[in-house]
Design a protein around this ligand. Structure first.
Ligand code: GCO
Length: 390
């Protein structure tokens, strides 16, 4: 049975500054990658050299038929020291936005995607309440410089991952493990930062939808642990979905499923395909996450990230087809889902995994930076052009 999407459904791909630009040395992640006990498999280095190569990459995504490109600003390039702004960096991001417009691609700008300037991190980063105001001031400066050309804005990418990985799991900067007080403080500041950034961006030039993006997924419990899902989901997702009520949209970002047992999260279910990332092949995640986001936030939804890290491109097609069929079901039932962004346009720096995980529709030769469009990109381009799966 054919899967079709409404007229005007927005199709895009996504990247993030630190994962693709290269040479992003003035932030907490660059320091983290070079720390003596870093969990990172390798440093980000030149990444995909997209600081210079963005025109070529925009030609590729526009040529595939995508109508939107989600990318992020690097705060540490724009504000390298407290209160010191780089007009050259602001102009650079304006040029990317204009390059999107020149190709009739909607520029979807993420203002914070995991990386934080060294000077902010040095004062506690998101665990320090003052960071919410500093982030809002940064947003105000950016939107004043190029807000007139922005198509959509995402304030903070996956704040729930920033706090979880940074202050509970210890694998993102600052590398704290099970520091529940700091985790709670970071969540408070991240939610406040989103609210202040939302207002700052809305008050600037331009008229475009603004929202946060959130890491979500499907959930399941081992027999007898069903009662544990709600508190887990409340802490990881709902506190942000509630904070997003009244926003123009929530960006749902889902990949797989979390399984809960008597002592917390458990691994993949016996017999379910497991991906190189260590989690289940679970295309149903997008549908489950959309339903929950609408239930709690009561806002329109864009799927601002969905994809699969794999070297098996056929598996990528299987995953995306399954995910899109689920997205279509939610729309057919009347849920307000307005777009889908595949993560990612390029194979890129996958945080602690380095370049080993390949989420891209386009491969990147690490030695030469030469791009290679994968068959899955042609497949998804066809879906975009047909606005559906035949
Ligand atoms: C995230 C980030 C991306 C990841 C992607 C694949 O959701 O963790 O937004 O930076 O690269 O999700 O893991």
């Amino acid at each position: 049975m054919a899967t079709t999407f409404p007229d005007g459904f927005l199709w895009g791909t996504a990247t993030a500054a630190h994962q693709v630009e290269g040479g992003n040395w003035n932030n907490d992640w660059w320091a983290w990658e070079h720390a003596e006990d870093t969990p990172c498999e390798e440093p980000s280095g030149d990444a995909c050299d997209q600081w210079w190569r963005y025109p070529e990459d925009l030609d590729t995504l526009a040529g595939l038929g995508f109508g939107a490109y989600r990318f992020s600003l690097e705060w540490s390039r724009i504000e390298p020291e407290y209160g010191e702004f780089s007009t050259a960096a602001l102009d650079h991001y304006r040029r990317i936005i204009e390059a999107c417009r020149d190709r009739e691609v909607l520029p979807v700008v993420t203002f914070h995607h995991f990386t934080t300037p060294r000077w902010v991190a040095a004062e506690g980063g998101w665990a320090n309440p003052v960071t919410a105001d500093r982030f809002a001031a940064f947003c105000e400066r950016c939107v004043g410089h190029f807000g007139d050309e922005i198509g959509m804005a995402c304030t903070i990418n996956e704040p729930n991952i920033v706090s979880l990985m940074g202050w509970l799991m210890g694998v993102f900067p600052p590398g704290a493990s099970m520091d529940l007080d700091a985790w709670a403080a970071a969540n408070d500041t991240l939610r406040a930062g989103h609210r202040k950034a939302y207002d700052a961006i809305k008050e600037g030039p331009g008229d475009f939808p603004v929202g946060l993006t959130l890491s979500m997924g499907d959930w399941a419990a081992e027999p007898g642990s069903e009662h544990l899902i709600e508190p887990f989901r409340a802490g990881h997702e709902d506190q942000y979905l509630e904070a997003a009520r009244g926003d123009d949209f929530v960006g749902v970002q889902s990949y797989s499923r979390t399984r809960v047992g008597p002592s917390g999260a458990v691994g993949p279910e016996e017999g379910v395909e497991v991906l190189p990332m260590g989690y289940e092949f679970w295309p149903q995640a997008a549908e489950a996450a959309i339903r929950h986001a609408v239930d709690v936030a009561h806002t329109p939804v864009y799927v601002t990230e969905n994809g699969i890290g794999t070297d098996d491109d056929d598996q990528r097609v299987r995953y995306v087809q399954g995910a899109l069929e689920g997205v279509a079901r939610t729309i057919d039932e009347g849920l307000d889902v307005r777009g889908y962004f595949y993560w990612s346009l390029l194979d890129n720096f996958e945080w602690i995994y380095g370049y080993r995980m390949r989420f891209g529709l386009v491969g990147v030769d690490r030695a030469t930076q030469v791009r290679t469009v994968k068959p899955s990109a042609a497949w998804l381009g066809e879906v975009v052009r047909n606005n559906g799966i035949a």
